[in-house]
Design a protein around this ligand. Structure first.
Ligand code: ACO
Length: 431
């Protein structure tokens, strides 16, 4: 029997019906196109958290949560993690194809020559309190790029869109390092064009005037891998935020700044910071059992950070790769981190516990990334900033795709109103 191409929905109370076409993508389940539902039946759909809703068509990233599959432009994440680099992956996300040698060199040249911050933007940081969270500074600094590049902000112009993408990917590490250096009271560092993307970032982060910086190639390799794994993840909360803001015609810097603020929450990118704080709170492997018990208690709001995922109901494929890297990095850097013992015990306890097994709660990418960041000397408050550097290439690829898609409309969901019915205003004396 061939697949039905139409789903018929009948409202028996009013006898109104709607014939809703099924739309299929290249991979993944078909979607019911409900565009005419309200006109046909007078009903909206209700899907809090969008668990059954595709908000857009996209050709960038594919996830099969049941099978633990993640593809960027069709390429399995495992192959990209092993063979590619973050900058090459960024090109792939933006352009749809892997670059040849000349294309890659051109892209790298462009990125390298847009890494500097405007001198006036450096003054911005002086306005922040000394202990401002780096994510707060990052969001503000990225939004402020619109003030520095307002002449090139025609969102309808493909050249302006491309330039914004280059600027964002290029400047994000410079801005991120500036956030860190301001918070520790170190002088800011200019990007060095003789270094490649990740090493340049590490140099801007850790070089101090008093002594030369010895760059560890293991650190650069690990960071590059983390950036690849975090570069995109289809319509997650922050990417959907970028698209929603972008749908209003807002400029790319404003749209990406909104994505940064969405990423900050502990249910999303902020989980990597929350994981490390939680591992520290648990303290020793002996306390793991109590933590697991608390996570299962419905009267306790405590959750195991770094466990669970809206889409992956099998192991997060990124977590598999990162778990291996985590052990390698700690061994190669000679770091003996007692938090890893807590993490391993927690992982083991949760994976064999019925509560976690039944709900398919596996460690996600953020469970291990914090341990690696910590081993690289990156402070906890910077973890989500690291995620934001990587996700910028995904965010801006989606923003561009949205603008290249004909017929895009402003995102404007509806609601089920549960407030008071119509009532008359009473003067104060009568209330
Ligand atoms: N610890 C304990 N219980 C959990 C956890 C957890 N980490 N995650 C989900 N559950 C339970 C819920 O209580 C719920 O149980 P119930 O069915 O008995 O009510 C069930 O599992 C389903 O959970 P939901 O919250 O409905 O799942 P949802 O898809 O909405 O949330 C999320 C996914 C936000 C990732 C959630 O698992 C969570 O809060 N995890 C911890 C935070 C985290 O690690 N976030 C990073 C996500 S990855 C990323 O953004 C890169």
């Amino acid at each position: 029997m061939s697949d039905p191409k139409i789903v018929k929905l009948v409202d028996e109370s009013s006898n109104r019906s709607s014939e809703l076409p099924l739309i299929s993508g290249t991979l993944g389940p078909a979607c019911i196109d409900i565009g005419t539902l309200y006109k046909d039946t007078g009903h909206f759909t209700y899907d809090p958290g969008y668990g059954s809703t595709a908000s857009t068509k996209s050709a960038i990233t594919y996830i099969d949560g049941d099978e633990g599959v993640l593809l960027y432009r069709g390429y399995p994440i495992e192959q990209l993690a092993e063979k590619s680099s973050f900058l090459e992956v960024s090109y792939l996300l933006l352009n749809g194809e892997l670059p040849n040698k000349t294309q890659f060199e051109g892209f790298e040249h462009e990125i390298t020559h847009h890494t500097m911050m405007h001198e006036a933007q450096k003054n911005f940081f002086q306005g922040f309190h000394h202990d401002a969270h780096p994510m707060a500074m990052l969001a503000a600094a990225v939004a402020s790029l619109s003030a520095f590049y307002h002449d090139d902000l025609d969102v309808e112009d493909p050249a302006d869109r491309k330039l914004a993408a280059i600027r964002l990917i290029a400047k994000m590490p410079t801005i991120a390092a500036a956030c860190f250096r301001y918070s520790v009271g170190w002088p800011m560092r200019y990007p060095r064009n003789n270094l490649e993307y990740v090493t340049r970032f590490l140099h801007m982060m850790f070089e101090v005037p008093s002594e030369p910086l010895e760059m560890n190639p293991v650190a650069a390799k690990a960071l590059d891998l983390l950036f690849i794994l975090h570069a995109d993840h289809e319509q997650n909360a922050s990417t959907s935020t970028v698209r929603l803001v972008g749908s209003t015609g807002a400029n790319p810097y404003a749209s990406v700044a909104a994505g940064i603020t969405a990423l900050w929450g502990p249910a999303h990118g902020g989980a990597n910071e929350a994981v490390l704080k939680q591992l520290k709170e648990i303290g020793t492997p002996d306390n793991v059992e109590t933590a697991v018990k608390r996570a299962k208690d419905k009267n306790d709001s405590f959750r195991l950070m770094g466990f669970g995922h809206r889409v992956y109901k099998n192991f997060d494929p990124r977590a598999k790769i990162i778990r291996e890297m985590c052990h390698k990095v700690l061994a190669e850097l000679g770091v003996n981190d007692p938090l890893l013992d807590v993490a391993m015990k927690l992982e083991e306890a949760a994976l064999k516990d019925d509560y976690f097994v039944e709900r398919k709660l596996y460690p996600n990418v953020d469970f291990y990334s914090g341990i690696i960041y910590k081993a690289l000397g990156i402070p906890t408050e910077m973890f989500t900033v690291m995620f934001a550097i990587a996700r910028t290439s995904g965010w801006i690829s989606h923003w561009i795709e949205q603008h290249e898609t004909p017929g895009s409309r402003i995102g404007r969901p509806r609601q089920i109103y549960t407030g008071a019915g119509v009532r008359d205003y009473l003067p104060t004396a009568k209330r």
